[in-house]
Design a protein around this ligand. Structure first.
Ligand SMILES: Cc1cc2nc3c(=O)[nH]c(=O)nc-3n(C[C@H](O)[C@H](O)[C@H](O)COP(=O)(O)OP(=O)(O)OC[C@H]3O[C@@H](n4cnc5c(N)ncnc54)[C@H](O)[C@@H]3O)c2cc1C
Length: 110
């Protein structure tokens, strides 16, 4: 897809939107798309766990800073999901995890 001409992709997106909306809509005036598959530092992409790694490596990535008791900087995203890394649901659940962490922090200070 990244290698296809801009106008072709825009036209196909337009067609698909009309198909799913079941009505004609104005052709979008522009299209912004990513080029992650062609990006030499990324090539894709999503995280994976090394065969040399351990599940505990993910805990380190997911750990808030400076520490669990005083979280000032928290991390979500598929790479912080121990069991569902590389997936959308892993990313989503990691967001819920961090939201729960915040909620617990606030309720424990009532
Ligand atoms: C080709 C492909 C197909 C996939 N298919 C599936 C599938 O079928 N099912 C499935 O469950 N998962 C699939 N995935 C994986 C899924 O897309 C990812 O796991 C998920 O999007 C990760 O979400 P995230 O929020 O963790 O990260 P991302 O969606 O990558 O979000 C990270 C965001 O941070 C931004 N960012 C990065 N650096 C900075 C910076 N320095 N400052 C500010 N912003 C920054 C990025 O631009 C990006 O918007 C696929 C992934 C790819 C690449």
């Amino acid at each position: 897809m990244e290698k296809e001409p801009h106008d072709l992709v825009l036209n196909v997106c337009h067609e698909l939107m009309e198909k799913f909306l079941k009505r004609s809509i104005q052709r979008p005036i522009n299209l912004i798309r990513t080029n992650w598959a062609s990006e030499p530092y990324v090539y894709g992409s999503y995280s994976y766990q090394s065969t040399h790694g351990k599940h505990s490596d993910v805990d380190i990535l997911a750990a808030p800073l400076p520490n669990e008791k005083v979280p000032r900087l928290m991390f979500a995203g598929e790479a912080t999901s121990k069991h569902y890394f590389s997936t959308v649901h892993g990313a989503m659940m990691s967001g819920w995890r961090e939201a729960d962490r915040l909620a617990q922090l606030y309720t424990s200070h009532d």
